[in-house]
Each structure stands twice: as structure tokens, then as C-alpha cells.
Design a protein around this ligand. Structure first.
Ligand SMILES: NC(=O)c1ccc[n+]([C@@H]2O[C@H](COP(=O)([O-])OP(=O)(O)OC[C@H]3O[C@@H](n4cnc5c(N)ncnc54)[C@H](OP(=O)(O)O)[C@@H]3O)[C@@H](O)[C@H]2O)c1
Length: 333
């Protein structure tokens, strides 16, 4: 089958289209013919080698962490899906490979594709929507009337997180640049901070939750706007020792993460706040809940650009520029 692979890790590695063997099926796997896959910052980070200690893959590796397609075959233990079903999902982190003609995905990580979405729109959803869900619903337990600050509201995670937080009844503030202010308002944000003109950290200390997807300086200064008992949730690091336990990482690596996150954990504690690093995971059940929100119109996925399969490296380069509004998708079938 045709696949977009990397042969080695490194900043100079772009990846290439190659002929690869069809995926091997396990008993609880669903074989999906992929029609569209979306691009995530994670793909670039895996490609550069940034994640090789946390996610050790065998090379050559097919990249791609989000798929939408049609079920071709199911393993003997699969009960939820049958050939012909249209599905979408984020494959398990140790079995990625969305930029390919086919992928075998564990049944528990898939869901039926929302009926009102195209394959390209559906492929844009799983990783970022599960991230938003696991940050705002599972970790923050965000409630009606609470105030949340979502950084980078125009990005892949931000566009979904704003809509999910509004659905939960929260009051949403987000940050974006001047040209995107009206656009993120239309997504539902109550207050928009133009980071080119205003300093978000000058806001009063009255946020219950901050969702950070930006760098260390934004992370640190986010502590200033949280009220006592507030939660700082970061998806862009630094990872914590708890994350090391969840991932089953080695003891030395856990100590490295302890040191990396020590500063922010201590600062948060001193202020009576909590700091959590969320690293999203595949979850078909949560994805089904997200499907309902999409089908009821509470969440509308946002696709910035669709690239042809042969231009997967260009799609990654486009995302790497950091200016995408919503998601970048690769059309496969
Ligand atoms: N831990 C996890 O499980 C997990 C899951 C998903 C993503 N992530 C991480 O989260 C980060 C964001 O992912 P993403 O997919 O949302 O990224 P993205 O789609 O590439 O984000 C692009 C957006 O970021 C905005 N932006 C850039 N700098 C900004 C700033 N200083 N303030 C406000 N907005 C800014 C840009 O808006 P402007 O053009 O207006 O600046 C652009 O719309 C990445 O580092 C990714 O690796 C982690």
C-alpha cells in the first residue's frame, strides 16, 4: 500500500511516499480503508525525534495520528463494526499510521463517523477533540458558569475547545492575533484577547481553568489569572511524574520529567493552584460522545486546508508555520 513514511528521526527529515506492507490485523482490530487523515503537531514532533524517548517507534514509520475511512474487514473479536461502516478515530499511540491507504485500529479506539461530516471534516476531529475533552471534561470537570481561558483559540485544539467549553456552559476567554479576533468570536468565545495588542496576564485573577497549548512563558504567566483553587492544564508541557507513570516510563526518565516540571508545579502549589499535564489518548467511547455533539450542531469542526496525499510533507510544513486556522487535512482515497 501507499504510505507516507520517515526513514529516520531528525530536523532535516521531511518524509516520503513509499510502498509499505498492508497492516497486520489483531483479533480486536478493524481494518480501515483511509479516505482522509489530519495533520497534527505531534506528527512533526515524532518526525524530528522529540518524542523518541516517550514514544519509541520502529523505523521506517508511517506517520499520521487521525483517520476517517471505511471498514474493509474486522477481526473475530470485533462486535461494534462491520465492513462498509464509515468510521473515524485516533489510532492508539503505539500503532499510528494514518497517512496510508489502510490502517488496522483497535475497535475500542474507533467510532462511527458523524453522519453530517465529510471524510475530510471527520478526519480533522479525533485527536484535537479528544484532547479538548480529556482536558476540559475529564481533568478540569468544567462546570456551567465557570470561567476558562483557552490559549490559541484559532488552532486545531483551540477551535474545538472553545465550542466544547461553551457547550458545557462555561464563560470562555481565548487568545488569538488581530486578524482572527472576529473569527474566534463567531466560534463562541465570550471574550477575545488579541495577543498582539493586549497582555492576557493583565486580566483579573478570576479564572477557574486555563488550558495552555503555548510555550513556557505563557504557561508561567497563566498562573497569574487563576483564582485560588484554579487549575492550570497544559498540553504543550512540561510533562509531570504522573504522566511518566501513566505512560509506564522508566525511573530515570520519570526523574527527568520531575525536574522539567518542578518549577511550574512548585509555583502553582505556592499559589494554591494545581498544575496538570494532559497527554491525550485514543478513546472510542469519548469519541462517540463527541460525535453526538457534532451531530447535534454543538461542535462544528474547522478545516483550514486540504492537501492531496502526495503533498503530505507540504501539509506538515504548512502546519509547522503555526498559523493554521483550525485543522489541516490530507485527502487519501
Ligand atoms: N498533549 C496533548 O495531548 C496534545 C494534543 C494536541 C496538541 N498538543 C500540542 O498543543 C499545541 C497546539 O496544538 P494545535 O494543534 O492546536 O496547534 P496549531 O493548530 O498548529 O495552532 C496554530 C494556532 O496557534 C495560534 N497561536 C500561535 N501563537 C499564539 C500565541 N502566542 N497566542 C495565541 N495563539 C497563538 C495561531 O493563531 P495566530 O495565527 O492568530 O497567531 C494558530 O491559529 C502543539 O504544541 C501540540 O503539539 C498536545
Amino acid at each position: 500500500m501507499k504510505a507516507f513514511i520517515i526513514d529516520r528521526y531528525g530536523k532535516k527529515e521531511t518524509g516520503r511516499i513509499a510502498d509499505m506492507p498492508a497492516p497486520e490485523m489483531r483479533e480486536d482490530d478493524v481494518l480501515v480503508r483511509i479516505h482522509a487523515a489530519s495533520v497534527n503537531a505531534l506528527d512533526s514532533k515524532i518526525r524530528s525525534g522529540e518524542f523518541k524517548l516517550i514514544l519509541p517507534y520502529r523505523l521506517p514509520l508511517i506517520l499520521g495520528n487521525d483517520v476517517a475511512g471505511t471498514v474493509v474487514r474486522v477481526g473475530p473479536r470485533v462486535s461494534r463494526f462491520k465492513p462498509g461502516d464509515e468510521v473515524y478515530g485516533r489510532p492508539d499511540q503505539d500503532r499510528i499510521g494514518g497517512f496510508a491507504d489502510f490502517i488496522a485500529v483497535r475497535e475500542a479506539s474507533l467510532a462511527l463517523k458523524p453522519a453530517n461530516l465529510s471524510m475530510e471534516e471527520a478526519a480533522s476531529v479525533p485527536l484535537v477533540a479528544l484532547t479538548a475533552w480529556q482536558a476540559l471534561v475529564e481533568t478540569a470537570k468544567l462546570k456551567k458558569g465557570q470561567k476558562v481561558l483557552i490559549h490559541a483559540g484559532s488552532g486545531g485544539v483551540g477551535t474545538i475547545a472553545i465550542q466544547l467549553a461553551k457547550h458545557l456552559g462555561a464563560n470562555v476567554t481565548t487568545t488569538t492575533s488581530t486578524g482572527n479576533v472576529e473569527w474566534v468570536k463567531a466560534l463562541g468565545a465570550d471574550t477575545v484577547i488579541d495577543y498582539k495588542e493586549q497582555d492576557f496576564a493583565a486580566a483579573p485573577r478570576d479564572y477557574d481553568v486555563v488550558l495552555n497549548s503555548l510555550g513556557g512563558d505563557v504557561l508561567k504567566r497563566s498562573l497569574q489569572v487563576l483564582k485560588p483553587g484554579g487549575q492550570l492544564i497544559s498540553i504543550s508541557g512540561p510533562p509531570t511524574p504522573e504522566f511518566a507513570d501513566q505512560q509506564g516510563l522508566s525511573w530515570p526518565l520519570k526523574q527527568v520529567l520531575r525536574l522539567l516540571s518542578q518549577g511550574i508545579r512548585k509555583r502553582a502549589k505556592r499559589l494554591g493552584l494545581t498544575y496538570t499535564f494532559v497527554f491525550m489518548r485514543a478513546d472510542g467511547e469519548q469519541l462517540r460522545k463527541i460525535t453526538s455533539l457534532i451531530e447535534s450542531g454543538s461542535i462544528n469542526p474547522v478545516v483550514d486546508r486540504v492537501f492531496p496525499f502526495d503533498a503530505t510533507a507540504d501539509a506538515l510544513a504548512y502546519l509547522d508555520r503555526g498559523r493554521a486556522k483550525g485543522k489541516v487535512v490530507v485527502k487519501i482515497g
